[in-house]
Design a protein around this ligand. Structure first.
Ligand SMILES: [Zn+2]
Length: 329
């Protein structure tokens, strides 16, 4: 860890080493050279909050490595990778101007964030339990185009890697970010092995939706109870697919206080959402990879609390047996 990282975080980091829920995070996530609507301090604050709450004693943390070109190309096209060298194209995806000199650094960081989800998937399968990436969930990115702040679809890349190198065949994506996972839906459209499920605001971005294997469109102002009822129904269908691994996009943006969410879930409701998803994964004996995804509440502490609750719940789940066919990386 570089020396400029605060001492409190360095201490937290050292405590994370050991047993428990693997957490993947890089301090480089705070230092992004573009304007993000998500507070770049949130991941660091989650680590510090977990430490302050004494929840890191049995955890384990690791820093990701940038995803290799080979892994990125499991999903994305070479034409798209070439197009990303154009700062205007890159800037339009990130919603902010990108200087020519910053293109390599921006793309390095994007690859690092994909590497974080790959790393979490490796750890979840090795340990047979939840693993969390304090980043990721770039679900608007398609194979040949990015949009909505999403350059590379980290979850899709991690799934294809597991399928092509780790003997996993069937996977499922439970996307509880408030925006539809349109890129993920497009990538796995027609794929019978990867079940995509998205619960999202009907009137929210993206305004042209793709077709997931299962979409639940929620009206503006949807509250805890109808949301949780819909989610329970979705999970029945997800598990009927008999996945060997689950990717859970645990977005904080269905929260009532979110600037971009349009739903009315409480923090307690989001905690119950996590308990539903993670509890079902535990009952089915499946490893689950948690990505942070969106969260745009004006008070970053609300976002931190929501994600901290997710990881605390994950930590409370005992390890499960690793699925057949998985192997250590
Ligand atoms: Zn979102």
């Amino acid at each position: 860890m570089p020396s400029f990282v605060p001492r409190s975080l360095r201490r937290a980091w050292s405590r994370l080493r050991g047993r428990g829920v693997p957490v993947v995070y890089s301090d480089r996530y705070q230092d992004i050279p573009w304007d993000s609507p998500a507070d770049p301090r949130r991941a660091e604050k989650i680590v510090v909050t977990l430490d302050d709450a004494g929840l890191l004693h049995s955890g384990a943390a690791s820093e990701p490595r940038p995803a290799s070109l080979e892994n990125i190309l499991r999903v994305h096209t070479t034409a798209y990778l070439r197009a990303l060298q154009d700062p205007d194209r890159l800037g339009s995806i990130l919603g902010t101007p990108v200087a020519v000199r910053d293109v390599p650094r921006v793309l390095d960081l994007q690859r690092l964030m994909v590497g974080g989800t790959i790393q979490a998937s490796r750890l979840a399968l090795r340990a047979g339990r939840p693993a969390a990436h304090l980043g990721g969930g770039f679900h608007h990115a398609r194979a040949e185009a990015g949009m909505g702040f999403c350059v590379f679809n980290d979850v899709a890349v991690a799934i294809r890697r597991l399928q092509q190198t780790r003997g996993i065949r069937r996977a499922a994506v439970v996307d509880c970010d408030v925006h539809q996972g349109n890129g993920t839906a497009a990538i796995f459209a027609g794929d019978r092995d990867v079940f995509t499920c998205s619960l999202h605001g009907a009137k929210n971005y993206p305004f042209k939706k793709e077709r997931s294997h299962l979409d639940v469109e929620l009206e503006d102002g949807t509250r805890d109870e109808p949301y949780l009822e819909a989610l329970a129904h979705c999970l029945d269908m997800v598990f009927a697919h008999a996945p060997e691994v689950i990717f859970y996009l645990a977005g904080a943006d269905p929260y009532a206080g979110d600037r971009l969410g349009r739903l009315k879930l409480t923090i307690n409701g989001l905690e119950r959402r996590d308990a539903l998803v993670l509890g079902r994964c535990r009952s089915a004996g499946l490893p689950v990879i948690i990505t942070m995804s969106g969260g745009y509440a004006p008070d970053v502490d609300d976002i931190v609390r929501i994600h901290t609750n997710t990881i605390r719940l994950a930590a409370s789940l005992a390890p499960v047996a690793a699925p057949a066919g998985s192997e250590a990386p």
